[in-house]
Design a protein around this ligand. Structure first.
Ligand SMILES: NC(=O)c1ccc[n+]([C@@H]2O[C@H](COP(=O)([O-])OP(=O)(O)OC[C@H]3O[C@@H](n4cnc5c(N)ncnc54)[C@H](O)[C@@H]3O)[C@@H](O)[C@H]2O)c1
Length: 452
């Protein structure tokens, strides 16, 4: 099966309706992420307030999962970690040990029979918890999110929220269900919880820059880790331990990392793009250790008003790195980055705002402070999943564009039926992407690979 093909049998929705819905949603979402109160009485998953302890479960005990548990347990509220799940026992134990060392046995109350490993442990780990932290690689997020909502849990989940279009459609459906049940959902697109982004983008939405007509977003950095293949590893274990390099698990780095900056573009524009066009490839990262992903993507995202946002992401060492966002409006321009900085100028170069939030709170902590404040007050305040799904979809649409070299339209991308997930999840099962006889993996070739 060619994983790079998108089905041609795409049901075309009424585009105008869909655009209007997208516009309406993102306005709502911007309000929600500002923390507007939606309801004070959750329908499901209500936490019994007072002196009760909030029980949390960690699903995916790697570096971010351990960090998210650390941040949850560092809030001022009365929390206890009661269950953990990871595909690998060694990862779970390492995380447990470091959390136990930091917080002690009273807060890290995870007996042996509440430590779950393998692919199915997530379900049992959720059972005893009020709040679940979903921090596996993103390929599993749609299924884990659906189970968490089914079990009426309040949720923190990491970005991105899927790696393919069927996964996005699943998350969108589950997001609706979470709203119906009034379950708080915070997603780790932490710029939405960072003061410089919140304050300066509010000014953009108030019209200080006029209409935004162009922008540039970047995640140009040196790349990530490699875990060399070990003797006796099955192909499934190899790919799971090197999840970054396989699209069913990671989505490529345009999805895994650059979603942050692409999401800022959507936030600033208050809408999602209608098409993507661009290129990418594997210049330097070409060997057997690097799976199927590209080391660079350059994409133009086009919005319905003609605005073009240029996006670059690459994983090279050497060269100039940058991770930030700039936008130009009819009255002025803005720069933002994750080091708590922001600047607004008029077109004559006069600086109108020069924001340097040296003492601003860590947004990774703010996510949890605000989520658990809402939960302890029995408030329904956060519905981040729909925007996260649509920003993740934007990044996936960028991947489709760079893999093919074609112009990719939003509706075609969203309705693709190509499912990257393996048919069966087990250590002896085969992923859909398999190595060539020389140990390298097949990958897309722009201009040759057809995605539509
Ligand atoms: N918001 C941010 O700035 C930020 C930063 C880093 C990572 N992340 C996101 O956090 C997620 C995890 O990244 P990480 O850096 O912690 O990776 P990691 O490899 O350190 O951790 C992932 C963990 O999930 C486990 N896992 C994999 N499949 C599983 C399954 N089916 N069930 C249970 N456990 C499973 C792995 O064994 C591993 O321990 C990713 O989605 C990543 O994009 C977000």
């Amino acid at each position: 099966m060619n994983l790079y093909l998108i089905s041609k049998n795409i049901p075309m929705n009424n585009k105008n309706n869909e655009l209007n819905e997208r516009r309406d949603f993102i306005k709502t979402s911007a309000i929600l992420t500002g923390g507007a109160l939606l309801s004070s009485i959750p329908l499901a998953g209500a936490y019994a307030s007072g002196s009760d302890t909030i029980k949390i479960a960690l699903i995916g005990c790697g570096s971010r999962g351990t960090g998210a548990a650390f941040q949850a347990l560092s809030t001022k509220f009365n929390l206890k970690l009661v269950a953990m799940a990871d595909a690998f026992p060694d990862k779970l134990e390492k995380s447990h040990k470091s959390l136990l060392a930091k917080f002690g046995a009273e807060k890290i109350s995870v007996p042996e029979d509440k430590k779950f490993t393998g692919f199915d442990g997530y379900k049992s780990a959720m059972e005893d918890a009020d709040v679940v932290l979903l921090c596996t690689p993103p390929g599993f997020r749609p299924v884990h999110f659906a189970e968490a909502v089914k079990q009426n849990k309040q949720i923190f989940m990491e970005k991105p929220v899927a790696t393919d279009s069927p996964g996005i459609r699943s998350v969108l459906a589950t997001a609706e269900e979470a709203k119906r049940k009034k379950l708080n959902v915070v997603v780790g697109l932490q710029r939405h919880y960072q003061k410089n982004y919140r304050e300066l983008i509010k000014r953009v939405h108030q019209g200080e820059l006029g209409d935004i007509i162009s922008g540039q977003v970047y995640w140009n950095s040196g790349g990530v880790w490699v875990n060399p293949r070990q003797p006796n590893q099955t192909e499934m274990e190899y790919q799971m331990r090197n999840w970054y390099y396989f699209n069913w698990l990671c989505g490529d780095h345009i999805v895994e990392q650059h979603v942050h900056n692409i999401d800022v573009a959507n936030w600033v524009k208050n809408k999602y793009p209608v098409s993507a066009y661009g290129a990418g490839g594997r210049f330097l990262r070409t060997g057997k250790d690097y799976g199927e992903i590209f080391d660079n993507h350059s994409i133009e995202f086009v919005y319905d008003d003609g605005t073009v946002i240029s996006s670059q992401c690459r994983h090279f060492t050497g060269g100039a790195n940058r991770v930030d966002e700039s936008f130009q409006g009819t009255k002025g321009k803005i720069f933002l980055d994750s080091s708590n900085r922001g600047k607004i100028w008029d077109h004559k170069g006069k600086v109108l705002v020069n924001y340097e939030g040296k003492n601003d709170a860590n947004p990774y902590q703010t996510e949890h402070d605000e989520l658990f404040a809402a939960i302890t007050a029995n408030q329904y305040k956060f519905a981040d999943a729909e925007n996260a799904a649509k920003s993740t979809m934007t990044a996936i649409m960028g991947r489709y564009a760079s893999y093919s070299g074609d112009v990719i339209k939003w509706d075609d991308a969203l309705n693709s039926n190509i499912n990257l997930m393996p048919d069966r999840l087990a250590w002896d099962a085969l992923p859909k992407i398999l190595p060539n006889f020389d140990g390298t993996y097949p990958h897309a070739i722009p201009g040759v690979t057809k995605v539509i």
